[in-house]
Design a protein around this ligand. Structure first.
Ligand code: HEM
Length: 561
């Protein structure tokens, strides 16, 4: 445009009213109005937040820069910072308000509530993978599906998995043979084993039909978690329109392809079995591993030394229904999903896929981390390993027989070690909820404002000095009945608690006891890394950034394949 034309345009006001100019004339007041509305709508939240201690951060950015670096760095920094303020800390990340809670009385208010059940918005990054499965869904859909799924992890169903837990644990022992004498990362083995066990138990399909896909699946899940973690910590990767332009989005698509191809295959196979009238798992167990040949004394006991499957016996949830009453026939997870979908009312095909993806993820990565930390702890604390081994030897003597349900109730010291592992290294180090209404805290004169994201810091709760004297010391005696008797129930929550507690809690505890005792019946574990040198990485799942490095030596003999 020439200078002459421009001056003519300015002299003629009607030429200013081009559609483009009108758009900008309207946009500016609209933005101003929107900003004013946004400020006013947040006034209540900002006001209540200002009364809660915590860093003020930079204008606009808040404390976003604290989340720069590797995940091991961020985890270390955040944990160190958590000591600078009290038990309730607010942090602004840009316009987002996070409030960290560690006082068990406050945690109880949130977790025991049937109202504060909405997951934080960060869980939406799971959506392309887990859809609207149990972990992230909310409201009526979550309630209906939870009611359907929780009974499929009832103790009566779990007892029917024991033979498969034994058979798979022995396979792990065989696979580990090739690592004897070398330092190696046990996490890959634990991860592959947990995927295979889930396929054969909750999904009821034989892994023999699954070729390489169990291992590929486990590796794809791990890489997916890395991408999701990046989106949690790198603010600029949060908006979908930016993320979708990056290479991570392409990588994510490929990984989800691998993951969904396994879940689709599993559902297809199960549906085919269902149509042929086949119910229950199709995985076979050799006769010598069938516990009915050994378990003469089938116990219905559920509480051992004040503990009930990973939590204080006093902390009841929907998994504890009818535990010790009768032997009502219940169905395993995928059998029940397929049956319930027959009329399409309770659950449809897409929803089954979302639930299968959810159970496969939640059931596998958490348990793989828990078992890998346990083995690391045994390697580091040789004296404690001696005691676990002594208990196991007292139970099994020289016999090769499989572990029965009754045996798992005798593994009291092993259970304490497992609980202590979950205390110091909770596989899910934080839980986050979105508040829809204000909540008054019990620990102090603070009110959590609606709109805030509440972060329950399990890792930090488990290391409170006033609850666990010497909290950084691995001490299984923390779970002696006399020590835990007076402890607040919500001061130990590796499986969360309340209506949205982990549905796989009992499954995980039973499986871990059989898997870990089988490994310890066969191998002595060593660690060349001291506990103080573990580099913790607090991703979605807590891991060791330095790898779960251990060394094995055969104990008396390695079991025959
Ligand atoms: C050591 C092993 C495990 C640990 C430490 C663990 C921990 C947890 C935690 C802390 C939550 C709450 C997460 C949140 O609110 O963000 C959770 C939820 C869940 N877990 Fe686990 N879990 C374990 C094993 C399992 C297993 C074996 C399964 C299934 C076979 C499972 C299935 C689920 C499901 C479906 C949910 C969502 C429940 C709901 O929101 O209603 N978990 N788990």
């Amino acid at each position: 445009m020439s200078a002459a034309t421009a001056s003519v345009d300015l002299e003629n006001p009607t030429t200013l009213l081009t559609p483009k100019n009108i758009f900008y004339f309207l946009l500016i007041p609209a933005l101003v109005l929107w900003y004013a509305y946004w400020k006013i709508s947040r006034r209540h939240m900002v006001e209540l937040a200002s009364k809660i201690p915590g860093p003020e951060g930079l204008p606009l950015l808040g404390s976003a820069l604290e989340f720069v670096g590797t995940s091991a760095d961020i985890f270390k920094r955040m944990y160190a910072k958590s000591f600078e303020y009290g038990n309730t800390v607010k942090v602004w990340i840009g316009p987002k308000l996070l409030i960290f809670l560690v006082d068990p009385r406050d945690v109880e208010i949130i977790l025991s509530s049937h109202v504060h059940i909405d997951k934080a918005s960060e869980y939406r990054f799971f959506q392309p993978w887990l859809g609207d499965g149990l972990l992230i869904s909310t409201g009526q859909k979550w309630r209906a599906h939870r009611k359907l799924i929780a009974p499929t992890f009832h103790l009566n169903v779990l007892k029917s998995f024991i033979d498969l837990f034994n058979a798979n644990s022995r396979e792990v022992v065989q696979k580990l043979k090739k690592e004897v004498g070398k330092e190696f990362d046990c996490h890959d083995y634990m991860s592959e084993a947990t995927v295979e066990i889930l396929l054969e138990t909750a999904m009821g399909v034989s892994k023999k039909t699954q070729d390489q896909s169990g291992y590929d699946y486990a590796m794809a899940v791990m890489k997916m978690c890395d991408i999701l973690h990046l989106r949690h910590t790198k603010v600029w990767l949060r908006p979908d329109f930016i993320f979708n332009l990056t290479n991570y989005a392409k990588k994510q698509e490929g990984l989800i392809g691998i993951i969904h191809s396994l879940t689709r295959k599993v559902i297809k196979r199960k549906r085919a079995d269902f149509e042929k009238g086949i119910r229950g798992s199709t995985a076979e167990v050799p006769e010598e591993l069938k516990t009915k040949n050994f378990d003469k004394n089938v116990s219905s006991k559920t509480v051992v030394e004040g503990l009930s499957y990973g939590q204080a016996a006093g902390l009841k949830d929907d998994l504890d229904v009818d535990d010790d009453v009768g032997e009502k026939k219940r169905m395993a997870f995928l059998d029940l999903m397929i049956e319930a979908s027959q009329n399409g009312v309770v659950i449809n095909d897409e929803e089954i896929k979302e639930q299968v993806d959810t159970i496969m993820f939640e059931g596998h990565d958490t348990t793989a981390a828990g078992s890998s930390f346990f083995l690391s702890m045994m390697g580091v604390h040789q004296d404690i390993q001696d005691k676990v081994v002594q208990e196991i030897d007292e139970i099994f003597g020289d016999s090769d027989r499989p572990a029965t349900f009754a045996d798992t109730l005798e593994m009291k010291y092993l259970e304490r070690c497992l609980m202590e592992t979950l205390r110091m290294y909770p596989p899910v180090p934080i839980i986050a909820r979105q508040l829809r209404q204000d909540v008054k805290l019990a620990s102090g004169d603070y009110t959590l404002p609606a709109g805030a994201t509440i972060v329950i810091g399990t890792f930090k709760i488990h290391r409170q000095e006033d609850v666990y004297p010497n909290p950084d010391k691995f001490d299984p005696d923390n779970f002696l009945p006399e020590r835990s008797a007076n402890r607040h129930y919500y001061s130990f929550i590796p499986f969360s608690a309340g209506p949205r507690s982990c549905v796989g809690r009992k499954y995980a505890m039973l499986k871990l006891k059989i898997l870990l005792s089988t490994i310890l019946r066969n191998y002595r574990i060593y660690s060349t890394v001291e506990e103080k040198d573990f580099q913790l990485q607090g991703d979605i799942i807590l891991k060791r950034a330095d790898g779960f490095r251990i060394k094995l030596e055969p104990r008396k003999r390695v079991l025959k394949a």
